[in-house]
Design a protein around this ligand. Structure first.
Ligand code: MFK
Ligand code: FAD
Length: 502
């Protein structure tokens, strides 16, 4: 007795294990061969080595060394060798660069997000700095910027591990992370050379070992006045540098946060004490950083869809290895039903992520129609809020499908749930994103909803030609045309009516 040992679930090449991803790309992508080879080789690396690095990041989390042995302030954030390898890998695999090289034209974002989708659950949360790096590159590219900032853009989008930089996104202060306009107290003092010094306190700064950051502050006027509100916010670029004594220039790391999850990466509280910075947009700080929010929210959704896909892959594999009541789990119809429900959610999230990535790629390559642009604006917050909520539900269900082992820390499974929980909080909570949906409906006078209904109507027309779907399509078409009438009426009235009605 006591000689039975359960075979553990195996992570296989996540690209080859995901027929939907392969089918999606085969159906849509023009440069298939190169992308397929890239994803297949990367999938192999993930299962062979990268997944173990991700685990190492979790068990060897970052720590803060505030002082050197002689009491001098150094604020060193010590990260694991695996975390550092993730940075090199991210550069050499082009995990940000692919989106900017655009070798697949309008499909480049789909290529990039597919790669991140494979990487995310094995990345030790390195996808967090990558999201912010991508967002920062997008902001820099879209605003006309000073030369100092332009060279940062080349580093953020580099494939050379020696040159590659990551960026932070420091928006949240103690007073508020959702209400950034009311929350931001950071002041920017103009310097004689045209640069600024920032003074303030950033309450949440993730991946704090970044090389640069974008952040918000208020420029102090010559008369000492401080511009209020959202329009009083400017966007700043700052490099995280050390002086010759090894001390951070203009930054003190107050402490690292003690978090439920995302323990693999450092999240710090930072005192900005004269941080040298360049202003990249005057006033309209929130609007200027909106491009970053679009990109990071899509990355967040990639992480959500990927967490669902990973837990389903592992649960399916486990169902072929584990037996109960005389049969493999895969032969119990009720267990199969549970797996099937998870599969449906994982597929839905994946397809919506790909659709929004496709729209982003079209916008960036100048081929987006007005309808595409409206859909991108509307679907980004919808995708982020929905996929984040679903990730928590699906990953939680996924853990249960391993029975008690799903709760055991050293299986690596509980970390998936802890890391899913943050997805609905950062980058805009669910309610804040719901209000963002209303904001974009109201500010476009309903045009974004019109675009959505137009697109859905076209897709339903296509679906109604598939016989088993016809009755459901009929019912949905009825509901849509009623909503269409509402939107047309609403669009003809002032935004306040639409805002209330929506
Ligand atoms: C694994 C991968 C994960 C990804 C990495 C995550 C790392 C963690 C990083 C963070 O969490 S960083 C902090 C993220 N913080 C947020 O997401 C803030 C959440 N709060 C909001 O999103 C609020 O809605 C917002 C701060 C934007 C509200 O600000 P305001 O100033 O009250 O908004 P207002 O006045 O309605 O809009 C100001 C301008 O911005 C307007 O433009 P105009 O000045 O031209 O009129 C808006 O149209 C524009 N705007 C706001 N949201 C926008 C937008 N434009 C485009 N897209 C949007 N989403
Ligand atoms: P609050 O804004 O106080 O929200 C509290 C609650 O009120 C939420 O449920 C919210 O939905 C609700 N609420 C707020 N406004 C409304 C409204 N108008 N209507 C209805 N409900 C509302 N921030 C950064 O800038 N950079 C980072 O790198 C970063 N990293 C993070 C890492 C982690 C692990 C975490 C947990 C957070 C990080 N954040 C970061 C902060 C994050 O973006 C904020 O916590 C988030 O935006 C919410 O802000 P808040 O904490 O101030 O919550």
């Amino acid at each position: 007795t006591g000689l039975f040992f359960q075979a553990q679930p195996q992570l296989k090449n996540p690209f080859l294990e995901d027929p939907l991803l392969g089918r999606y790309l085969r159906r849509h992508l023009p440069h298939q061969q190169a992308v397929f080879s890239d994803l297949q080789a990367f999938g192999e690396r993930i299962s062979d080595e990268v997944d173990a690095w991700g685990r190492e990041c979790e068990v060897n989390p970052p720590r803060l060394v505030p002082f050197d042995p002689w009491g001098r302030r150094v604020d060193h954030i010590v990260t694991s060798p695996a975390w550092q390898r993730m940075k090199e890998l991210s550069a050499s695999e082009g995990l940000v660069a692919i989106g900017y090289e655009r070798s697949c034209g309008e499909w480049s974002r789909v290529h990039q997000m597919s790669k991140l989708f494979l990487y995310s659950p094995s990345s030790g949360l390195f996808t967090c700095p990558l999201a912010m790096t991508d967002g920062a590159a997008k902001v820099i590219q879209s605003l006309g910027v000073p030369p100092a900032v332009d060279s940062a853009y080349r580093r953020l989008t580099s494939r050379d591990p020696e040159r590659f930089w990551t960026s932070g996104q420091w928006m949240t202060e103690r007073r508020g992370g959702s209400d950034v306009a009311a929350g931001t107290e950071t002041l920017a003092e103009p310097q004689p050379d045209g640069s600024y010094r920032l003074h303030g306190f950033k309450w949440f700064t993730s991946a704090t070992d970044a090389d640069m950051t974008l952040t918000l502050g208020r420029v102090v006027g010559r008369d000492g006045s401080i511009p209020p509100g959202s329009r009083g916010l400017s966007l700043f670029y700052a490099e995280v540098r050390r002086d010759p004594q090894g001390r951070l220039e203009g930054i003190e790391v107050q402490r690292l946060k003690d978090k439920l999850g995302t323990r693999q990466m450092p999240t710090a509280e930072l005192l900005l004490d004269g941080l040298p910075a360049h202003r990249v947009s005057e006033g309209r700080g929130v609007a200027s950083i909106a491009n970053m929010l679009t990109v990071t929210r899509i990355h967040n959704s990639v992480a959500a869809a990927a967490a669902m896909r990973r837990v389903v892959q592992l649960a399916r594999d486990y169902a072929t290895r584990r037996s109960a009541f005389g049969r493999r789990l895969q032969d119990h119809p009720l267990h199969l039903q549970t797996l099937a429900r998870m599969e449906v959610e994982a597929r839905a999230a994946f397809l919506l992520v790909m659709e929004v990535s496709r729209l982003l790629g079209r916008e960036e390559t100048g081929v987006a129609s007005p309808l595409d642009r409206h859909l991108l604006r509307l679907l980004t917050p919808v995708l982020k809020l929905y996929s984040a909520k679903q990730a928590v539900a699906v990953v939680s269900e996924g853990l249960e499908s391993f029975g008690g082992q799903g709760y055991m820390e050293d299986t690596g499974l509980p970390g998936l749930l802890r890391d899913a929980q943050v997805l609905s909080i950062w980058e805009g909570t669910t309610n804040v994103l719901s209000l963002d949906v209303l904001r974009c409906v109201a500010r476009s006078s309903g045009l974004v909803l019109q675009a959505y209904f137009t697109q859905t109507q076209a897709l339903l027309g296509h679906a109604s030609r598939l016989p088993p779907l016809a009755p459901a399509v009929g019912a949905l078409e009825g509901a849509l045309s009623a909503l269409g009438v509402f939107v047309e009426e609403a669009a003809a009235r002032p935004p306040s009516y639409l805002e209330l009605a929506a």
